[in-house]
Design a protein around this ligand. Structure first.
Ligand code: GLC
Length: 510
């Protein structure tokens, strides 16, 4: 019986603590390729810190990929769970659920080597794995089956991105009458609307929906993210501006109609930033610590970074930093298109990118033309990214679209004003200095073009190079003073969202 049923009978909104599980494909520091992993980790921890919000720690279900470092066995609880898996011999797969306390939440790794002990999370050098539908359906099903095996009901399953959307289908098609998980509310958080988890009809059996699978989706197959959007009690994305933008075809990636149909059950909640993880005063990757009261360490970080990437540390000209996944979303082509003119203005560039290397071709050509002015590092490098946030003078974030973005927040916290395209979460986190000289924290441009980017850099360089450093210092100080903590606003908003999801679920299940 759902623990909130009594509350509904007396027509009161539920207020007791919620039993919350997360299902996600990434969770920092165990498995991360992008911001998804950071948010899953930070939000799970922050929810646990809100008095009265969750019942026990949030449990985060994550695949045990090959690269996941499991702590020594004494600290880990291993539970064998038999999971229905129609394509497996005998119709079931045995998984080992390895659970341990992970700094404020409980991590529950689904260990099934055939599915997850591979070279990558989503694919390898030959592309996406052809059985991703099965791999991620197994994750969701294993999460539900684990709680069933333990007879521990769930009030809310927070699902993140398409990988976790099979949970919504499984609940509705197969577990609706289950007393332990069938009444759980589902809250979908969209970090990335570009990846839907399209599952063609001839692969639908991988999801293990049984006969019910034939009734889901259309003739072509199943759009897993689309199904999640339709079925979750509440749906959100990670900034208010992006939540408005995606209602339009230009940003909706084909799902704008689904999102519009959800009305006020689709919202935007701005991500926070884990301010302990990102703190220039304690960051061990930095050459010297610093804080807003004393920026001497930042100068040391600048010199250290430039020496590392082969640029002249003695040259005072402004350094622009760019960091990101090499994905068309991130606008590296705009930087390439602007690079020659930026260098002509005396600026230098430090670029760190990992992913599709062809997206750096334009920039590489510019770097060859301008020796000593552009440094490009093509890899994923956690420490170097921190050294860049700290060591550059301005941080560029020219994303064509950006659900929230994290780099701009980190840059501000590290005393590096951002220059960004006015879109999504970038618009919600940066106050343009030209619009509000007393409150500005960075520079925004409206068109995703090299020209608009250059105009914003020109505005920034004028402040940076002004003989009177007062305006620049104030800009840096304001950015460093922003409170990004999850606990102060975003996590309580998620707690309210989950309560709302429970109420909506109760209204349909009784
Ligand atoms: C995705 C989005 C990014 C967001 C992150 C975490 O990576 O592209 O904008 O900050 O998810 O929500």
């Amino acid at each position: 019986m759902n623990r909130f049923s009594g509350a509904r009978a007396s027509a009161r909104l539920p207020s007791p603590t919620m039993r919350v599980i997360f299902v996600a494909a990434e969770c920092e520091p165990w498995a991360k390729t992008g911001g998804l992993g950071d948010v899953v980790d930070a939000l799970a921890r922050a929810l646990g810190r809100i008095p009265g919000a969750v019942d026990g720690p949030v449990e985060v279900f994550l695949p045990r990929y090959r690269s996941v470092q499991v702590p020594p066995s004494a600290a880990v609880d291993a539970l064998e769970v038999r999971v229905p898996d129609p394509l497996a011999p005998g119709g079931t797969s045995d998984v080992t659920v390895r659970s341990f306390d992970a700094n404020g939440y409980r991590l529950r790794l689904i260990d099934h080597p055939a599915a997850y002990d591979r070279a990558g999370f989503y694919g390898d050098s030959s592309g996406d794995f052809p059985d991703n539908a099965r791999r991620f359906a197994l994750l969701g099903r294993a999460a539900l089956e684990t709680r069933r095996a333990e007879r521990r009901p769930v009030d809310v399953v927070a699902i993140h991105d398409w990988h976790a959307c099979p949970v919504a289908l499984l609940r509705d098609v197969q577990y609706a009458d289950d007393p332990v998980v069938g009444r759980a509310a589902i809250s979908l958080t969209i970090h990335n609307l570009a990846y839907h988890g399209w599952t063609p009809r001839d692969q639908v059996d991988q999801l293990g929906l049984g006969a019910g699978g034939a009734t889901v989706g259309d003739a072509w197959g199943i759009d897993l993210l689309g199904e999640g959007i339709r079925r979750a009690e509440t749906v959100n994305t990670v900034s208010p501006t992006y939540a408005r933008e995606v209602l339009l075809p230009a940003f909706g990636m084909g799902l704008d109609g689904h999102l519009v149909a959800r009305g006020d059950q689709f919202t935007g909640i701005l991500n926070g930033l884990d301010q302990e993880v990102w703190d220039p005063a304690t960051d061990p990757a930095l050459a010297a610590p610093y804080d807003a009261a004393s920026l001497a360490g930042k100068a040391a970080c600048r010199a250290d970074l430039l020496a590392r990437v082969g640029l002249d540390p003695a040259d005072p000209s402004a350094i622009l930093g760019v960091i990101g996944r090499l994905d068309p979303q991130k606008g590296f082509d705009l930087v390439a298109g602007a690079a020659r003119r930026l260098v002509a203005r005396g600026a230098r560039l430090v670029v760190l990118g990992s992913g599709d290397a062809t997206l750096l071709e334009g920039l590489r050509a510019e770097a060859t033309r301008a020796p000593g002015r552009i440094a490009i590092v093509e890899r994923f490098d956690r420490d170097l990214s921190r050294q860049i946030y700290a060591g550059v003078d301005l941080f560029l974030m020219p994303s064509r679209f950006e659900p929230c973005g994290q780099g701009q927040m980190i840059a501000m916290r590290y005393g590096t004003p951002p220059i960004a395209h006015r879109t999504g979460g970038l618009a919600d986190t940066i106050v343009d200095l030209g619009i509000d000289a007393a409150a500005g924290t960075g520079f925004l441009f409206d068109q995703a073009t090299p020209e608009a980017l250059i105009a914003a850099v020109d505005r920034a360089l004028r402040v940076y190079a002004a003989p009177d450093r007062g305006a620049w210092s104030a800009l840096v100080a304001r950015g460093m003073a922003v409170d990004w903590s999850w606990e102060s606003s975003s996590a309580p908003l998620y707690a309210s969202l989950f309560r709302r999801a429970i109420a909506l679920r109760l209204a349909t299940t009784g």
